[in-house]
Design a protein around this ligand. Structure first.
Ligand SMILES: *[C@@H]1O[C@H](CO)[C@@H](O)[C@H](O)[C@H]1NC(C)=O
Length: 435
């Protein structure tokens, strides 16, 4: 993650090492699904407690661990199972699987604070209260049935912890719990937003402030050769730059989205939106007078989302998988690794050089209806020392202080939010969500 200082001083991110293996992602029970009595029924001392964690990200699972934090005065009263339900917290179909984590172990020991992990060498199976592990908090233990049953499934859905207290007298509390999922591929949602910032296939951000048309994604293998390409057009304003329009091509269909939700489908303004290439549904939602959201459904919950907030446009992929993007090229880097690949397959290290590498060439198909200067072979207009130098002074009608205040809750992305708000000259951008 870049520092604010580097953003202010340079206005762009310098080199970074864009390789990363898939790292586990932890999803923890929210307030409504934590601090639940065991059993849930307050009039009873035995019975079930059920708690859900909804995972909205979609990826293929390569490993699952489950951590639980349970307070209870007689651990062996508890039977604990985990399931994945794809169609809601009260599923109408059978769960993907119901895996037994723990069954009546540790006798009268207090509390169960463990991580169930297939690769653990510890086991509580059949343990008596003399087993020292029963008193350890935070230890990892093997579940009674293997969590590897979930491997190969898609992650999205309601992960449900089922706790049954099958004896009377003692009660307890499910304080919280987590699902820890390791994706098979590194996280695979790319994005181009605001000032403009780009997020590679492995989630690493970089800035590129050149003004030109750029290849965001080019994936000829998409849809068994149908092909999918996204071009973006960047624009400089004051000391900022942003994406002013984006064009998505699938097969022979092209959807172009610009400021204030203006769009064209196959060159026709405000055309009726139904399907792209007769197959991929596309919808347009006007959130309010400033914000519009276009969604292209690629199937199985995978999407391309283009938003406009006033005259700023953002593009992101949701739930990308190798079938759509393996072997693709463009600003999101190499699929699966996020490496900054050049057109000839070499790995690049400089953000400016990488951005310029993906300027749309004169030999490439043009996705935008109109040409705007500069077009290759004229190179992208890069911010000169003057534009960079003024970056921190701010000609925006929004003050840095005001922007920082509304962007406070953006965490790691606060700096990006601040520049987007100032470029858009609109504090409401900070509330527009993940623009
Ligand atoms: C490959 O592309 C990079 C980046 O544009 C360039 O610097 C390099 O010279 C190219 N190499 C070959 C062999 O064409």
């Amino acid at each position: 993650m870049f520092t604010k200082l580097s953003l202010i001083a340079l206005g762009l991110l310098g080199s970074l090492s864009p390789t990363r293996a898939a790292t586990p992602v932890t999803y923890t029970s929210d307030a409504a699904n934590s601090n639940l009595r065991i059993p849930l029924d307050t009039s009873r001392t035995s019975g079930p407690t059920v708690s859900n964690i909804f995972v909205d990200a979609t990826f293929e699972i390569c490993d699952v661990d489950i951590s639980v934090d349970i307070t209870h005065t007689w651990t062996s009263d508890l039977e604990i199972d985990i399931s994945l339900d794809v169609d809601g917290p009260d599923p109408t179909t059978d769960p993907v699987d119901m895996i037994r984590l723990q069954y009546d172990d540790c006798e009268r020991t207090d509390d169960l604070v463990v991580v169930f992990d297939d690769s653990s060498t510890n086991s509580l199976d059949g343990a008596s209260e003399d087993e020292p592990l029963c008193d350890d908090n935070g230890v990892d233990v093997r579940p009674e049935e293997s969590l590897s049953t979930f491997n190969g499934h898609q992650s999205t859905g309601y992960w449900t912890l089922h706790i049954n207290d099958d004896a009377g007298a003692d009660i307890g509390t499910l304080n919280s719990w987590s699902v820890i999922l390791t994706p098979c591929e590194p996280i695979t949602d790319g994005a181009g937003t605001g000032d403009p910032h780009f997020k590679t296939w492995v989630g690493e951000w970089f800035d590129f402030h050149g003004e030109c048309d750029l290849v965001f994604i080019d994936s000829p293998k998409f849809g068994h050769g149908t092909g999918l390409a996204i071009h973006i057009r960047t624009k400089a304003r004051y000391q900022y730059s942003f994406i002013e329009s984006a064009a998505v091509q699938i097969g022979d269909s092209v959807l172009e989205v610009g400021e204030y939700g203006n769009y064209m489908l196959d060159g026709v303004s405000n055309a009726e939106l139904e399907k792209m290439d007769d197959k991929y549904p596309v919808t347009h939602k006007k959130v309010n007078s400033k914000q519009h959201i276009f969604t292209v459904e690629l199937g199985e919950g995978k999407q391309i989302i283009i938003q406009s907030f006033k005259d700023l446009v953002s593009v992101k992929t949701v739930g990308a998988s190798p079938e759509e993007y393996r072997g693709s090229q463009g600003l999101l880097g190499e699929f699966g690794t996020g490496k900054w690949m050049s057109r000839n397959g070499t790995v690049m290290a400089d953000a400016d050089a990488f951005g310029n590498e993906w300027q749309v060439l004169e030999t490439e198909p043009k996705l935008f209806q109109t040409n705007r200067f500069p077009q290759h072979p004229v190179k992208c207009s890069m911010p000169g020392p003057e534009r960079e130098g003024r970056r921190r002074l701010g000609e925006s009608t929004i003050s840095m202080e005001a922007a920082e205040k509304v962007c406070e809750h953006w965490g790691d992305l606060k700096d990006q939010c601040v520049y987007d708000v100032m470029a858009a000259e609109d504090l409401e951008l900070a509330e527009a969500g993940a623009f």
